[in-house]
Design a protein around this ligand. Sequence first.
Ligand SMILES: Nc1ncnc2c1ncn2[C@@H]1O[C@H](COP(=O)(O)OP(=O)(O)OP(=O)(O)O)[C@@H](O)[C@H]1O
Ligand SMILES: [Mg+2]
Length: 575
Amino acid sequence: MFNIVMQHIHGKARLSFFLAPLIMLGEVFCDLQQPTLMSKIIDQGLAKGDLNFVIQHALLMLMFAILGLIFGGSCGALGSFASLKMGESLRSHLLRVSLNDRQPKTLSPATLITRITNDVTQMQNLVMIVTRGLVRSPMLLFGGVVMSIIICPDLAPILGVIMPILIIFLIIVVRKSIPKYTKMQQSVDTVNKVMRENLQGAKTIKSYVLENHQLHQFTQQNHNLQQKSQSAALATVILSPVIQLMLNFGVIIAIGYGGSLAISNTISDGQIIAFVNYMIQITNAMIQTVNIITAFSRAITSSTRVQAVLDLAKTEVIENETVKIPSGSGIEFEKVSFGYAEGEPILDDLNFQVKDGQWLGIIGETGSGKSSVINLLTRKYDQYQGEIKIGGIDIQKLSLEDVHKKVAVALQDSLLFSGNILSNLTYGDSTATQESINQASIVSMSKEFIQKLPEKFQTDVEQAGKNFSGGQRQRLNIARSLVPNPDILVLDDATSAVDQSTNAKIKQRLEKLRHNKTTIIISQRVTNIMDCDQIIVLKNGRLISQGTHQELLKQSDFYRQLVKTQMGDVNFGHA
Ligand SMILES: Nc1ncnc2c1ncn2[C@@H]1O[C@H](COP(=O)(O)OP(=O)(O)OP(=O)(O)O)[C@@H](O)[C@H]1O
Ligand SMILES: [Mg+2]
């Protein structure tokens, strides 16, 4: 935990983090002066009727109070600054790691969100409390004990009995509470997950009239969270009253026993009052220690969860950026086999080549591995056998960034981001010219509907592009992939929601770029891929046929059957 915190407190924040506890020493010193001064006022001022002494010492008390306030305030401000800066840095680090995670299945988005928000807040709280309390509490405790022994050694045995009992009690409570906080954070994850599903699937839920069912599910998880939080809080909430109770016992004994000693003139009234005040300070310090321990329990749980996210970065394959980006854009798959999980092959011994500027069509049943081919080409997964080359160079030798510069992919369900149309189109290339944006929107048939919007390219895009139709979203996706003018363009079912005539026009316009863009079109529709220079047919991850439309009509029963179901017998005239 300390590693994580220290790695994310830099510069001025680090200075504040270390300076705050030092300043706190000042406040502790001031606080510790008060009971002694009070005892002096009673014993040496009031008892002897020396008004000057009383006023002098009362002014001293006031000065220490003001100084304490200044020290305390400065310490609080520095602590907050360190804590906020730590949170900011840790959050952006976590987000970067999460976005770079190449196997995002390990941690779900719901738990990532909780970890980046709630768990980091717990760690921030700890930094805040630690800068103030980690010095204050032990110093007040230690200082209080020492001062009370010095000022009134006769009453010190009271502390000798109370303190060990309280310390044992504290240890027991802390050991019980940590696992409870872990469970509580897990519940936060579940509530977050259910809420995300509900909000994202709101349309589906309404169309199936499942509102009550979903609400019930959410209420259950919410209730579960409430119980887990309650149980965790109960474990620590009992501490303060118990400490208070022990203090009150201590005060009663101090006054009772101290009173009898005062009557026999062994100790003075001022000593009893000072001792009681030190006991109150010691108790406050213990209550603060409880808060620190609670914050620690929560932060330890949270830091373990945050560490799990940070560990994702360690599973990153080290990149061998040994080779510069190739100029060619031909693609080769040589004996490529792959599975997402071990022992479950998805792609089996794939071999094919696409020359510079050629069009490749990939067709096959759903789940046959078409998108998996693209996942490998864009280096989403590196654990495959065989070799994949772009421009004659093994993609494992290229950096991820270079691969992504070379290959742009428009997926069936690529997300649009909140912002406006322009910010979405320039997402992959912030330096894009107006000309390339315009060109991309024309080719993708987006310009037609963008022009009709009152604010044109400045039109707002809501979260996930909800204010556009499925077909419009897909057209914007295609435009976005075209803006950086990639050498290799992949359209993975990217026009499935676009109507037939618009689809045909997009294809015609893409055809015009044909000479300088290697293009892969993945589609269930034969009409989308029949003009490609080469078509491969996948079945259960195996390449079962390869050739042009005409060749496949001759060679492949599977392809012929597809053509027949989709286009009728009329096309067999070509064969
Ligand atoms: N991230 C993943 N983790 C585990 N298995 C996956 C993952 N993505 C796909 N699969 C599995 O791999 C197989 C091939 O999936 P893929 O997405 O490549 O099919 P596809 O041919 O693109 O299908 P569709 O036409 O429906 O898009 C499927 O059985 C699928 O369940
Ligand atoms: Mg797919």
